[in-house]
Design a protein around this ligand. Structure first.
Ligand code: GTQ
Length: 332
């Protein structure tokens, strides 16, 4: 018999395997063994990459949108911060961020939804957000919460734009098909002015006082409710002070984070690459990327605001840092 006519056992097996897989595919099954390392990867494998969104570069487009896109055309006038490796709503693999603009005498109409929002006020005066009947003044540096299913609309008096950074848990709803929105019959939900404090507002002045009272060249303090809970079950927030010319410790964690530069300038080294940033820039750190922040100004501290997915990861048992003893993660 000519050698070419002799089928080797392996090619026999190969063709039988492919016949088997073709038959199997007709019944909507697939072999795990061809995807094993994709489904059980050796390391956390975020799709998103580190990125810096430069405020100076984006602001002119946002301001232009303020004249081109009317309040009736845009329920929310937002430029979403889209990760270069993914489409919206992914700023990181688990979190969404966007820059929202409200112009004087406008109303971003009342609605409520499953998603939770936390907002960091970047610039402007006379802005307010009304949350479930409580109208809250927006002031630079404040963090304002919109808990799940609370009616909310945004508005503005006075002159000039009001701009803030939205942080939402929207990417979760690409996995959990549980997201609803409801629109209120009127543009504004009836609200009364909040005077004094509100459990939904974390004024910057208070946070900065606490940061400055703490000792150390790098201080990080979480935003928490009075009873110690994080701001939500999914997203958490914190603020950091990094003294002039100092560095934060290098951290590798399963949390993803979005940082916003409140004050100062510096850079972060993320998985060995340098990302420079300055006041009002926003940048992201994907899961399991080692990162360290450096304050570049010789004589002024850096203040950072951050939101992350730590509460969600912790409650699911997924939060971990590279220096943890992994045996402590085992549960019986
Ligand atoms: O302000 O309600 O950036 O519903 C994205 C979705 C803001 C908001 C966003 C929203 C909002």
């Amino acid at each position: 018999m000519a050698p070419s006519a002799v089928a080797s056992p392996s090619s026999d097996t190969e063709s039988e395997t492919s016949t088997m897989l073709n038959a199997a595919a007709k019944n909507h099954v697939k072999p795990l063994w061809l995807q094993m390392s994709k489904l059980n990867p050796p390391l956390p494998n975020p799709t998103c990459v580190p990125h810096v969104w430069r405020y100076d570069a984006i602001r002119p487009s946002l301001i232009k949108a303020g004249t081109l896109v009317t309040e009736s055309q845009a329920e929310r006038r937002v430029l979403m911060l889209v990760n270069p490796e993914r489409d919206a709503p992914f700023t990181t693999d688990t979190m969404y961020a966007g820059l929202q603009l409200v112009m004087p005498n406008e109303t971003a109409k009342a609605h409520r939804h499953t998603a939770f929002a936390m907002r960091f006020i970047i610039e402007g005066q006379g802005g307010f957000t009304a949350v479930q009947g409580r109208r809250i003044k927006m002031q630079r540096g404040d963090v304002i919460l919109t808990p799940t299913w609370n009616w909310h609309d945004h508005g503005k008096d006075g002159s000039g734009p009001m701009i803030w950074l939205d942080g939402l848990d929207l990417p979760n709803f690409t996995h959990f098909p549980v997201h609803f929105v409801e629109h209120y019959a009127e543009p504004r939900y009836p609200a009364e002015d909040v005077r004094g404090g509100s459990p939904l507002v974390f004024p910057w002045a208070q946070m900065q006082t606490r940061l400055d009272a703490a000792s150390g060249d790098h201080v990080s303090l979480a935003y928490r409710h009075d009873d110690g809970r994080e701001v939500s079950k999914i997203l958490g927030g914190s603020a950091e002070r990094l003294n002039a010319a100092k560095a934060s410790p290098a951290i590798q964690e399963t949390a993803s984070s979005v940082y916003h530069v409140v004050e100062g300038s510096g850079h972060s080294v993320i998985n060995g690459k340098t990302y420079a940033w300055k006041k009002s820039d926003t940048f992201c750190i994907p899961a399991w990327h080692t990162y360290q922040h450096f304050a570049d100004d010789g004589d002024a501290p850096v203040y950072l605001y951050r939101f992350d997915d730590k509460p969600m990861l912790r409650s699911l048992g997924f939060y971990r840092t590279s220096d943890v003893d992994v045996e402590t993660l085992a549960s019986d």
